[in-house]
Design a protein around this ligand. Structure first.
Ligand code: THU
Length: 126
């Protein structure tokens, strides 16, 4: 696996699975686990709008449900290379640790960010 390009391409494939009939805004996530598995996440929207789940959280929670706890990298893809929402930043800070975060558009124009850059002073009590 060539990081980040192969991982971003996995996130592009994950994005194709998004269900986003309301926003039409598709998001893909791909996590590279410590044992070199790839886990996909995509946004899944709901008729009751706030119950929608973001791609990042779908990916992280899916990975956890499949028994993965340690990660090497994550790639996030949207058509415009947008940054993750605040709720996803919190879950990322809690569950993926200090790994490279590649945020890309569909043309593989990507930024590499750290968790500290994305969410300084994260809530970590409890
Ligand atoms: N979305 C994500 O999947 N991740 C984010 O970090 C921000 C927003 C989704 C939720 C919704 O389905 C669509 O993008 C528009 O907000």
């Amino acid at each position: 696996m060539n990081i980040p390009i192969d991982l971003i391409n996995e996130a592009i494939k994950a994005r194709e699975k998004a269900i986003a009939p309301y926003s039409k805004y598709r998001v893909g996530a791909a996590l590279l686990t410590e044992d070199n598995s790839i886990i996909h996440g995509c946004n899944v929207e709901s008729k009751a709008y706030p119950t929608t789940l973001c791609a990042e959280r779908v990916g992280i929670f899916s990975a956890i449900a499949q028994g993965h706890k340690d990660f090497k990298a994550i790639a996030l893809v949207t058509d415009d290379g947008a940054m993750p929402c605040g709720a996803c930043r919190q879950i990322m800070a809690e569950y993926i640790g200090d790994i490279p975060i590649y945020i890309s558009d569909l043309n593989l124009n990507y930024k590499l960010l750290s968790m500290q850059e994305l969410l300084p002073y994260a809530f970590t009590s409890l």
